[in-house]
Design a binder for this molecule. Structure first.
Ligand code: NAD
Length: 362
């Protein structure tokens, strides 16, 4: 069903179609079951390069408008990530609004219903895990449709993408090091990692193996302890990570960590990490980093390993092939850095420009 509820427009601060025009949409679809408390959105931003891939969020939203905009913005992000990575995929995203009270059987019914919804797209949109969804939810979706990725490895899925994401981030970070310092090794370089959860931990492992010195911060003490024991990492309090005098800052926790308050505090030459949406304001903060002489590795290009991993599953999973393609992030980064220098524009702008030329300039 296409978006047609009058309420949505009345509640929206900016006209929804204007927002859709701005993002160069695309399609929006809704699926609703009032008895189940089920409200799902699928945003398909672009399928020019192939079937749209993107995760399914299952979180609470303050308003329907927030949920719609989140789905639209995230789906567009997936288009850009696929294109810059050279994948034959477009961008899509699903949002299921999580009810405040949720029983186990309701959760099961919601994901079964969602699976049937996804099946209706006949493969034009392929879903997978995202914030708030679990492998077990994807197993339920898989019961209703083949157009789902990232379900249980026991059922033939590719499992946790974090090691491949971390590998890609390490290759992107090496490209940044090569560009900035004209050197091919990480030996003796100091990397400050914010967040040593799934990706951050594997990244720490990759960097430690190559002789980098690590400082880590995490709100989870057990995650920090593991890095101290295994990699002899230094530890700082979560908020102090921005002040660490280091070569590279690697944000691997939250979005919007590069902002008016943090950028002036950074004491690094390079920002290269896994977190999505690192720049609080895509244009202003990309420029601020540039003005401070900090080389920024655009997030959706450097963290594409996870997408590469699930896209690989779409073709019939081969881990070596996934790692091989994630290794190409090195060349993509070089392309972005070199063009940024030639055109004297921030790297984030250049990454967007490369994608927009691929998709819209014919
Ligand atoms: P995760 O939840 O496993 O790890 C995040 C870690 O950050 C946790 O250990 C958490 O305790 C920590 N953290 C939370 N708040 C913090 C704070 N204020 N300061 C320091 N640490 C804090 O998540 P993940 O899968 O490792 O993903 C990390 C980031 O990378 C996210 O932004 C995610 O969207 C992005 N990403 C992940 C993948 C993937 O394959 N998992 C792929 C692409 C992008």
């Amino acid at each position: 069903m296409m978006v047609s509820s009058k309420r949505l427009y009345q509640e929206a601060p900016v006209d929804l179609f204007e927002y859709a025009d701005e993002l160069r949409y695309g399609e929006m679809h809704l699926d609703v079951d009032p008895d189940l408390g089920y409200h799902a959105i699928v945003a398909i931003h672009n399928t020019q390069r192939g079937p749209a891939i993107g995760g399914c969020r299952f979180i609470e939203y303050e308003s329907t408008d927030d949920a719609l905009r989140d789905a639209m913005r995230l789906a567009r992000g997936m288009t850009y990530k696929s294109a810059i990575t050279g994948l034959d995929h477009g961008g899509g995203k699903a949002v299921i609004v999580r009810p405040p009270e949720l029983t186990a059987s309701q959760r099961e019914s919601i994901f079964e219903r969602f699976g049937a919804f996804i099946d209706g797209f006949d493969g034009r949109y392929v879903t997978c895990e995202d914030s708030g969804t679990l492998v077990s939810d994807m197993n339920l979706v898989h019961g209703e449709t083949d157009h789902v990725l990232g379900y249980d490895t026991a059922q033939g899925g590719s499992g946790d993408p974090s090691p491949v994401t971390a590998f890609g981030v390490r290759r992107g970070l090496e490209a940044a090091v090569h560009h900035r310092y004209s050197r091919n090794t990480l030996e003796g370089l100091h990397v400050a990692i914010q967040g040593v959860g799934s990706v951050g931990y594997y990244l720490a492992d990759e960097l430690d193996e190559r002789g980098a010195d690590l400082t880590v911060a995490d709100v989870d003490q057990s995650a920090v302890n593991m890095c101290v024991e295994q990699f002899d990492a230094n530890v700082v309090e979560p908020d102090a990570i921005y002040d660490v005098d280091c070569d590279i800052f690697a944000p691997c926790a939250l979005g919007a960590v590069l902002n008016d308050e943090t950028i002036p505090r950074l004491r690094c030459d390079i920002v290269a990490g896994a977190a999505n949406n690192q720049l609080a304001d895509e244009h202003r903060h990309a420029r601020q980093l540039d003005e401070r002489g900090i080389l920024y590795a655009p997030d959706y290009a450097i963290n594409a390993g996870g997408l590469i991993n699930v896209a690989e599953e779409y073709r019939g999973y081969d881990r070596d092939r996934a790692l091989d393609q994630a290794g190409d992030i090195y060349e993509t980064m070089h392309q972005i850095f070199e063009r940024s220098e030639i055109e004297n524009r921030p790297t984030a702008e250049i990454a967007d420009r490369i994608v927009e030329e691929m998709l819209y300039d014919h």
